[in-house]
Write a protein that binds this ligand. Structure first.
Ligand code: HEC
Ligand SMILES: [Cu+2]
Length: 348
């Protein structure tokens, strides 16, 4: 390699260019590392299993980045150093056993290096859930999630509460088409198949006030994008409080308007599709269990934030709010809406 200053500048320039491009690519994705602004990111894992996957991802990423930088740098440097120019003719050559052995063996070693942590992470994630795991059944419906805790006798919808640091074993089912359970920071994605149970388990490791956001990850029809759910990871004490209140039957309405709403709930036929435990005739299973609907933070699988105004808007015209909604527009009068909202808001 000759030492002409022009050539050195060319080489250093190429290396700087490769470095700058690498940093720009990193910055383009850096926002993904902000868990609050990008809540559905896998880059900020909050369960033991998501951590393992992220570890493999980081390892592969660093290897891939090193290969990328190395190859790009060589390409640039060689195209400058060996370019055709006055006094130098570009030259082809064929066959170099030593080089060929090296560029075959090095990639093989890289693939082996990737395979080891990959298989070990897969083995530990897919082994059966520990005995002490909390059991949850997650049932996909077009277009909402039913969550059951068989050991606790709780049925709820769209919002899963979990105690921190305890493994949770999730059985995935579907009532209609294929859905897929995915909470990027915690676990998934595994499909909910009609007629076939799937399983996954994970151990959430950070309790916090904000929910972890989940989403159906398998196209399942018109409102697939509105089939969201929330996972609240609670401290053990918070979880026990939540479980005790959700295990209980509904709160009996005490205000006159809410009592009228209870009657309206029967008269409008809501009982045919919804269960409210403690209200004798309300045992429908087509729609979400509403026993504690007043304590949920969203309506209709994350379509609306839960406020009395939004609840009213929902009841007035469900398919208008959520395209394709399987809850029909029941043409409720303003008075009926007042009563129903008063009743449902009281179901804490
Ligand atoms: C034909 C069945 C059917 C009838 C009748 C029905 N619903 Fe629904 N309801 C559903 C379905 C299905 C959903 C889930 C919609 C979704 O999220 O896509 C739902 C959702 C809801 C929700 C949101 C629950 C949540 O946790 O997000 C409320 C509240 C509700 N219904 C109240 C009522 C009331 C009050 C009536 C009577 C006026 C009623 N429903 C009548 C099927 C029905
Ligand atoms: Cu879907």
């Amino acid at each position: 390699m000759g030492g002409s200053p022009g050539r050195m500048i060319g080489i250093i320039g190429s290396l700087v260019l490769v470095g700058v491009v690498t940093v720009l690519i990193y910055l383009a994705f850096a926002e993904s590392f902000d868990a609050v602004r990008q809540p559905m990111t896998t880059f900020v894992p909050k369960s033991d299993q998501a951590n393992l996957i992220h570890g493999v991802y980081q390892f592969v990423f660093i290897l891939a980045a090193a290969v990328f930088v190395f190859i790009m740098a060589l390409t640039l440097v060689f195209s400058i150093m060996y370019r055709e120019r006055p006094g130098q003719v570009a030259r082809q050559f064929h066959g170099n056993s030593r080089l060929e052995v090296i560029w075959t063996l090095v990639p093989v070693l890289i693939v082996v290096a990737i395979a080891v942590p990959t298989y070990s992470a897969m083995a530990s994630i897919t082994k059966p859930a520990p005995e002490n795991a909390l059991k949850v059944i997650a049932i996909g419906h077009q277009w909402w999630w039913e969550f059951r805790y068989p050991e606790l006798g709780i049925t709820t919808a769209n919002e899963l509460h979990l105690p921190v640091d305890r493994p949770v074993s999730v059985t995935l089912e579907s009532k209609d088409v294929i859905h897929s359970f995915w909470v990027p920071a915690l676990s998934g994605k595994v499909d909910n198949m009609p007629g076939h149970d799937n399983h996954l388990w994970f151990t959430p490791n950070e309790a916090r006030a904000e929910p972890y956001l989940g989403q159906c990850a398998e196209f399942c029809g018109l409102s697939h994008a509105n089939m969201r759910f929330r996972v609240f990871v609670n401290t053990t004490a918070q979880f026990d409080t939540w479980a005790a209140s959700n295990k209980a039957d509904r709160v009996t309405p005490s205000v006159a308007l809410a009592q009228a709403g209870e009657q309206q709930f029967v008269a409008s036929g809501c009982i045919g599709c919804h269960t409210v435990r403690g209200q004798a005739s309300a045992a429908g299973v087509i729609g979400p269990d509403l026993t504690h609907v007043g304590s949920r933070t969203t309506i209709a699988s994350g379509t609306l934030d839960h406020t009395p105004e939004n609840l009213r808007k929902w009841l007035a015209n469900p398919p208008g709010v959520k395209p394709g909604s399987l809850m029909p527009n029941l043409n409720l009068s303003p008075e009926a809406l007042d009563k129903l909202v008063a009743y449902l808001e009281g179901l804490k």
